[in-house]
Design a protein around this ligand. Structure first.
Ligand SMILES: [Mn+2]
Length: 236
């Protein structure tokens, strides 16, 4: 049984956002962290992997589609769009062999029993796919087959970069939002769980972060910087 969980999803290679959230977590009496996938794909993959792999204590990781794609060096041959593939392979090139191996050994899902909430299932996209999107507006009809095998009453997901907390087919579904590539929010988004659900936004210096991103060498650096300065209303 754990008491209070920080669900931090979709860091996407934004180390300033990650550091701000980890700092915020320290004042929230958190005993467990779930890092919900899509860690490295973005402008600062090496720094993010160093930071998360050095975390101490009760930390669980799950694999996002982008972790699978970076870890296995996906390209256009594996169905990625050309610009996604270019960034993907740049990210793979930044990482050490042990960081790549770490990504390749992540779990698909994690289940935790949280005090006051019961058993909670954490996945990246949907329970059956790391790239299937559950959005605020996705219909019950569409979601039902995605969650029919889930026995837990509460499901936490990410992948679409927009937070929500809704009831679907008698299950509570929480999207933690994105730490590093957020949409429809200004700060770094995450969720605090136990015994209540608190959708959080942590402010950080996006202007300084954008400047570092512009100098990171990532392909499309200015698009990444513009995204965090002016987050779009809709996620990917
Ligand atoms: Mn994803």
């Amino acid at each position: 049984m754990v008491k209070r969980v920080a669900a931090i999803y979709d860091i996407h290679g934004n180390v300033a956002a990650l550091n701000a959230v980890l700092q915020d977590i320290q004042s929230c009496d958190v005993d467990t962290i779930v890092i919900g996938g899509d860690l490295a794909w973005g402008p600062q993959p090496l720094q993010v992997m160093e930071r998360v792999m050095a975390l101490k204590g009760n930390v669980h990781f799950i694999k996002g589609n982008a972790d699978r794609e970076v870890g296995e060096r996906y390209g256009v041959e594996q169905g990625l769009d050309e610009w996604v593939a270019t960034i993907n392979q740049w990210c793979s090139d930044q990482l050490t062999p042990s960081q790549i191996a770490f990504l390749n050994h992540l779990e698909k899902q994690v289940s935790l029993t949280i005090d006051g909430m019961g058993e909670v299932l954490f996945v990246h996209g949907s329970p059956r796919s790391d790239e299937e999107a559950i959005r605020k507006a996705t219909s019950e009809q569409e979601i039902e087959p995605m969650i029919q095998s889930v026995k837990q009453a509460i499901l936490v997901c990410g992948h679409t970069h927009v937070q929500f907390d809704r009831m679907v087919c008698d299950k509570r579904i929480i999207n933690a939002g994105s730490v590093g590539l957020q949409s429809a929010a200004k700060g770094a988004c995450w969720a605090l769980l136990g015994p209540h659900v608190d959708l959080r936004q942590t402010d950080y210096d996006v202007h300084a972060a954008a400047e570092h991103i512009r100098q990171s060498g990532v392909p499309m650096a200015s698009e990444f910087a513009d995204h965090i300065l002016n987050p779009p209303n809709e996620g990917p």
